[in-house]
Design a binder for this molecule. Structure first.
Ligand SMILES: Cc1cc2nc3c(=O)[nH]c(=O)nc-3n(C[C@H](O)[C@H](O)[C@H](O)COP(=O)(O)OP(=O)(O)OC[C@H]3O[C@@H](n4cnc5c(N)ncnc54)[C@H](O)[C@@H]3O)c2cc1C
Length: 619
């Protein structure tokens, strides 16, 4: 690798990923750290990167505290209910109490917000959502980050975190490579904020072959947010809590505005309200949780999945009634224009006009993320004024590695943050990172030349594998000594799909299947030493795959650990089909030893700090 050029950068705050959380962190780091060096590194281009790249039609998390529409405690109750009790209420409350100020800045920065003509307030789509003309949402927040950072690096994929060689368990920076030039980049930094989004494509998607790449969650989100911290021994939480979405079939078009604003509803193939049919069955599994309002997202999925399995499909969204109103018809279409144009194209190709035909819905393959109706991610410290002692170790949103912070999809336990909440969490993490530096906690960090030189060998090895291995090919493209990133990805997706609760088994798994999945993942990990990359783009694919694989191992370990079915509709443990509050009303936390690569698991109490101050301990 002698011919690869190396670039060096030193910073105070290094932000990995310039999506919603990363732009929020970059902006806020400058606010508190006027003289600090702030650098943001992004795999794509921050103007159009991350889950909000195409734009959004609604900001899904806005309290409206100024009009007393909602208060932070209301949001905690909402998220707790939706996640069947399992959230970090300190983190959720902390995000909720700050999120309105974030949205007000978006408004000032020129994001077109829809207004309620009668009240003059932001136009509500639902209790938490406000409507925007959001095609340019991402460029607007990117501009704030660009004005705040000393430097933004686009097209660099971070593959590893650097550790301090002087003090154990302290961060030292990160390394990665430029996908266009192939250059190696070494970022030494006093603090690192990981904001690299969630994980799609770890489970086999419904769309394969000609439709490959069409997923609900952004296809370029590859779990770096989890793999980077896991690899250096940071603790993770709730990684079993993967999310399954009910969306319009094939295009994954969003259904929120349809349900909430257009007041559409679903029915089975016979025109029946199937959700009611599954009430007794669901109550038998989860008890009183089925009586909660609103019905938790996973339980609505559960009714959908059961109905289809019982032969009542396809399930349709009834749009024909709402679309008779020209205003609602316009809103229905615009909803896709600002967010998922592909859904309109799918309908056109299948001759579906929702004014005359009720479109079909489906449940998606599972995804791993921390900001939607799910809360997988890193185990972080909460804020000083709210967090119980198990949840607090000095700096808000700091992981269990000193100087390493997280925000957005990276952070576990805090669901329903969405775009605005992720940006807000980035702000909170950056403020804490600056304080960490001011408190002199980052003094004397040393990163040896050896550390990043060794990593350089590791990072470029797939190019080497290809260059050498291709000479052994005697016909076609299949090499006896390397696998391509796409071959590895398809193998990973099949393991996760068939053993860890994907669509192949209707989201069902059990301990035996999980053990087999772990075994196959281990062998995949070994074989990934022999992944080959023919160019820098494929090198990125190789590293995305490696990150997806570590994330998948963590998901599988967590799924095995929680011996109950807490979220039917997201996944099922066939050997423990019922929710078990007696033993599992707790958060799950894992740590992978960086040396042995073995995971250890623990239960941590879930504290209900809103309403009931009492702790419910798992036995
Ligand atoms: C289909 C869909 C619809 C949604 N609809 C709404 C909605 O209507 N309203 C709403 O408020 N929210 C919505 N959300 C949620 C919102 O998009 C997310 O909550 C938010 O984007 C999460 O922010 P994040 O910064 O964690 O991740 P992202 O915004 O995805 O940013 C992650 C960034 O990290 C970069 N990255 C990844 N890996 C690396 C690496 N190794 N090195 C460097 N950079 C890297 C990525 O390129 C990306 O830019 C939706 C999400 C999805 C997927």
């Amino acid at each position: 690798m002698a011919n690869v050029k190396t670039h060096y950068e030193e910073s105070d705050v290094l932000i990995v990923g310039g999506g919603m959380a990363g732009t929020g962190a970059t902006f806020e780091a400058r606010h508190w750290g006027r003289d600090l060096k702030i650098v943001c590194v992004e795999k794509a281009n921050i103007d159009r990167s991350g889950a909000v790249a195409q734009g959004l039609y609604a900001i899904n998390c806005y309290m409206g505290m100024q009009w007393d529409e909602n208060q932070p405690e209301d949001h905690v109750r909402y998220a707790r209910n939706d996640l069947m009790g399992m959230v970090r209420e300190d983190l959720g409350y902390d995000m909720a109490r700050h999120v309105d100020s974030t949205v007000h800045m978006f408004d000032e920065w020129g994001l077109p917000m829809m207004k309620n003509e009668k009240t003059g307030r932001y136009l509500r789509e639902g209790k938490w959502q406000i409507m925007i003309h959001g095609e340019s949402y991402k460029p607007i927040v990117a501009e704030a980050a660009k004005k705040s950072a000393n430097k933004i690096y686009n097209r660099i994929m971070i593959t590893h975190l650097l550790m301090d060689d002087e003090k154990e368990n302290r961060i030292g920076g990160a390394v990665g490579f430029n996908m266009r030039t192939g250059d190696y980049h070494v970022f030494k930094s006093k603090t690192v904020i990981v904001a690299a989004g969630g994980a799609s494509h770890i489970f086999k998607p419904r769309a394969v072959g000609e439709g490959m790449g069409r997923t609900w969650y952004a296809p370029w989100s590859n779990g770096s947010a989890y793999a980077l911290p896991i690899a250096v021994g940071a603790k993770m939480t709730q990684m079993e809590n993967r999310i399954v979405l009910c969306r319009f079939k094939d295009g994954y078009g969003p259904v929120g505005a349809y349900f909430l604003h257009l007041k559409t509803y679903t029915q089975n193939a016979n025109g029946e309200n199937y959700e009611k049919k599954w009430y007794d069955h669901t109550k038998n599994l989860v008890g009183e949780y089925i009586d909660h309002h609103p019905t938790p997202t996973c339980l609505r999925n559960h009714a959908f999945i059961q109905e289809v399995q019982a032969g009542g499909g396809p399930i349709h969204m009834v749009t024909k009634e709402a679309f008779q109103d020209p205003h609602l018809e316009t809103v229905g279409w615009e909803n896709f224009l600002g967010m998922t144009v592909g859904q309109a194209v799918v309908w056109a190709s299948q001759n579906i006009d929702p004014k005359y035909t009720n479109p079909e819905l489906t449940t998606s393959e599972p995804y791993v993320m921390g900001s939607h109706a799910t809360c997988s991610g890193a185990w972080v410290s909460g804020p000083e004024d709210l967090s119980p002692k198990e949840y607090f170790w000095g700096y808000n949103r700091m992981l269990t590695v000193d100087g390493l912070f997280g925000a957005g999809d990276t952070v576990g336990g805090s669901a329903h943050k969405f775009s605005s909440g992720s940006f807000t969490e980035g702000r909170l993490a950056a403020k804490a990172a600056v304080k960490y530096i001011e408190d002199k906690k980052a003094d004397g960090i040393k990163v040896s030349d050896k550390q990043y030189k060794d990593l350089k060998e590791v990072i470029y090895k797939p190019l080497e594998n290809y260059t050498v291995g291709r000479n052994e090919i005697t016909g076609g493209t299949v090499s006896p000594s390397y696998i391509s990133p796409i071959q590895g990805l398809q193998r990973l997706q099949r393991i996760m799909d068939e053993y860890v609760g994907g669509i192949a088994t209707n989201y069902m798994t059990n301990e035996n299947m999980l053990n087999r999945g772990l075994e196959l993942l281990k062998w995949l990990e070994e074989d990934l030493e022999n992944v080959g990359a023919e160019d820098y783009h494929q090198l990125m694919r190789a590293w995305e795959l490696k990150h997806r694989t570590i994330t998948s191992q963590c998901v599988t370990e967590h799924t095995k650990f929680r011996k109950e079915t807490r979220w039917p509709g997201y996944y099922y443990r066939g050997d423990h089909l019922k929710l078990d509050d007696e033993n599992w009303h707790c958060l799950t936390v894992s740590r992978r030893d960086p040396k042995t690569k073995e995971f250890t698991m623990e239960k941590v109490p879930v504290y209900h700090i809103v309403d009931e101050k009492k702790e419910k301990k798992a036995s």
